[in-house]
Write a protein that binds this ligand. Structure first.
Ligand code: RRO
Length: 310
């Protein structure tokens, strides 16, 4: 049984798309809604529609993907309208993702969500690696602290943050200490590993156009980093702050590992882009098979129970 309770909502299973993949248009969102995903999240929104970076801007590679989409999206109002319509049809909450270009833009969008009838979950994306001239917010600890202080002055609905990967124990400690000061509902770890470079030696060229080929890395490449971030935050955050595990989930085995590290929901980006929404059926079958073999009936029996070597 894969049923998962997350923020007092019940989901049939923990699998979701990662924001950015298969979720920009209402058509794509309808396909996710009709799929066997437990839940789905919309593309990160900015106040106004954005074209994003020049193409090619997404490239599949054997061990993952590289992207520099540059936050193309249809604008905040488009996604709010979709979410409000969806919540009339089903009790399953929609996840809204917000990624303003500044603190002021984030605050303005979150104020609109707060004032609206939106009943779902909101994710504040503090980790887009691809907008030229805009560093990832959550690598600036002071700015992250200040942003959350402003947000929680008025925001009362369930809110999570999407974090970039961290690579240093001191950074896990410092970021967890900041997040623990706020009534956050969850942390989503990780966004793509920012500013990697993939090259094609047939042409001696980079494979995406923006930023001379630099882009966010996803897929198999990022799983160990994703697991470490899930584990580091699971062991450092207060128990009210749940974890969404994102990064390197291609199989039920990868999902199992994220759950063992402490994730409650699981998001799939690169592999969803490769396989399409039918992937959610496969992942559930594979995860169920592992649980059966190990004698687990529910995810709660093993979530977070990764063992150290003593
Ligand atoms: O649109 C993007 O370029 C993008 C975003 Br907002 C993000 O959060 N993560 C990513 O890999 N790409």
């Amino acid at each position: 049984m894969l049923t998962t309770n997350f923020l007092d909502f019940d989901f049939s299973n923990p699998f979701m798309n990662a924001s950015g993949v298969h979720c920009m248009t209402t058509n794509e969102l309808d396909e996710l809604a009709a799929s066997n995903a437990g839940a789905y999240i919309m593309k990160s929104a900015t106040p106004a529609k954005r074209e994003g970076n020049p193409e090619p801007r997404y490239f599949d590679v054997p061990l993952g993907s590289i992207n520099s989409m540059g936050l193309p999206n249809l604008g905040f109002d488009y996604y709010l309208e979709y979410a409000l319509k969806q919540q009339e049809k089903t009790s399953r909450p929609v996840f809204f993702s917000v990624a303003g270009m500044s603190v002021a833009e984030n605050i303005a969008m979150l104020k609109k969500i707060e004032a609206s009838d939106f009943k779902g979950v909101t994710e504040l994306n503090l980790s887009c690696p691809n907008v030229p001239g805009k560093p990832q917010v959550a690598y600036d600890f002071e700015l992250t602290y200040e942003t959350l202080a402003q947000v929680f002055d008025f925001f009362t609905k369930p809110l999570g943050v999407k974090l970039p990967p961290y690579f240093d124990m001191a950074h896990f400690d410092q970021m967890a200490a900041i997040l623990n000061k706020y009534p956050l509902s969850y942390v989503n770890a990780i966004n793509s590993i920012g500013n990697g470079l993939y090259i094609d030696t047939d042409s001696d060229q980079v494979v995406i156009k923006p930023k001379e080929g630099f882009g966010g890395i996803g897929g198999e490449y990022v799983k160990p980093t994703a697991l470490a971030n899930v584990r580091a935050f699971y062991t450092r955050l207060k128990p009210e702050i749940k974890i969404i595990g994102t990064g390197g989930i291609l199989t039920g085995q990868d999902a199992y590992e994220h759950l063992l590290c402490g994730a409650t929901m699981l998001q799939v980006g690169t592999q969803l882009q490769k396989e399409g929404p039918a992937i959610f059926d496969r992942l559930q079958k594979e995860l169920m098979a592992i649980m059966e073999e190990k004698g687990y009936k529910t995810i709660a029996e093993f979530r977070g129970k990764l063992k150290a070597i003593v």
